[in-house]
Design a protein around this ligand. Structure first.
Ligand code: HMG
Ligand code: MG
Length: 299
């Protein structure tokens, strides 16, 4: 069966824009987030409180949150890797954060400058303090379906890191197929293994990149397995600057088109969303890779 309703966790402003060559002006980012909220997206990962030298594209996090009109209804989670990041998030009135761990040692080193053990030690006080402050905390586990340097990543290894992340006290786990190599059978097996380890689908989200064109198929497999939270990026923007061969995320428009066809509610206005991605494509100077954005745009 399929869920009646799916919560879309929009990552375009963060996962999308972190990977742009050009630095997008803060006014454009603010308009982007505002238009996404107006299109009905209720959770929008807005930016990252990471080291500005590591991700210069998001160095304006404070400035963006300063100008962004924040409604009381929409949630604006941000990435936080360490206590310095948490301090910055708290100083900016953030109420939802995401830590981001790696299933593999190579990516932990490249993305966080830490081993897997060291990165968990870095996250532990972040989650403790965040929860004490009443924040909601999500954990990502990256390279969950494969790693560009290490190749196949055993399911037990992903489950082990995921369990350690969740044991820190996180409320949700997002399964990150960072480089988009996963296929539906693997996704189903991974979700079953997580459930067997005590991380049930009510605490899961899926985060697919569309490098190999598998993101929608993987999403459908996850929905059939009981997942109801799906990450997507407006217009299919995105990737990760520290992961070779990570291209765009699952485009939010492609996801909404599929869910509309399946009669699964999302609360998203597809017309407004497509208009937003076309506008953003204009600002970035190249067409959106989303098939649905292309199909619904006049030629
Ligand atoms: P490090 O160099 O080891 O940092 O980087 P450090 O702890 O040694 O600190 C060095 C200096 O940086 C210190 O300053 C700190 O204060 C400062 P100094 O005392 O030398 O003057 N510093 C900071 N400044 C501002 N904000 C901070 C911060 N932290 C330290 N938060 C660090 C370690 C984790 C900071 C670095 O590796 C980093 O920022 N990494 C982030 C990389 C990133 O954002 N990657 C993309 C997101 S992950 C992704 O896209 C995957 C995902 O989409 C899911 C999927 O697809 O799988 C989520
Ligand atoms: Mg990602």
């Amino acid at each position: 069966g399929l869920p009646e309703r799916v919560t879309i966790y929009e990552v375009g402003p963060r996962d999308g824009l972190q990977n742009e060559k050009a630095i997008v002006p803060v006014e454009v980012k603010s308009e982007f987030v505002t238009r996404l909220a107006d299109a009905g997206l209720g959770t929008i990962e807005t930016t990252s409180f990471v080291h500005p030298k590591w991700v210069p594209q998001l160095a304006d996090a404070e400035e963006l949150l300063g100008v962004l009109p924040r409604s009381g209804v929409v949630r604006y989670p941000v990435l936080v890797p360490n206590e310095r990041g948490l301090d910055r998030a708290l100083a900016n009135g953030i109420t939802e954060i995401a830590i981001f761990g790696s299933a593999t040692e190579t990516f932990a080193r490249r993305n966080l400058n830490r081993t897997v053990d060291e990165s968990l030690a870095m996250f532990a006080p972040v989650v403790d303090r965040a929860r004490a402050e009443g924040l909601w905390v999500r954990a990502y586990v990256s390279m969950a379906c494969g790693d560009p340097w290490e190749g196949d990543v055993p399911i037990e290894q992903v489950v082990s890191v995921a369990s350690r992340l969740m044991d820190l006290g996180c409320s949700q786990l997002s399964i990150g197929d960072t480089i988009g190599v996963g296929t539906p059978g693997h996704v189903t097996a991974l979700i079953e293994a997580l459930a067997a380890a005590g991380i049930g689908t009510e605490r899961l989200a899926v985060h697919f990149h569309d490098t190999y064109g598998q993101a929608l198929a993987n999403t459908l497999a996850a929905l059939r397995a009981g997942v109801t939270v799906v990450d997507a990026s407006a217009g299919g923007l995105g990737g990760c600057p520290y992961a070779e061969s990570a291209t765009g995320n699952l485009p939010t428009e492609d996801l909404v088109w599929m869910l509309n066809g399946l009669g699964v509610e999302t609360g998203v206005d597809l017309g407004k969303l497509v208009a937003t991605s076309r506008w953003m494509a204009g600002r970035l100077g190249r067409p959106s890779p989303s098939r649905v954005v292309q199909a619904l745009s006049p030629t």
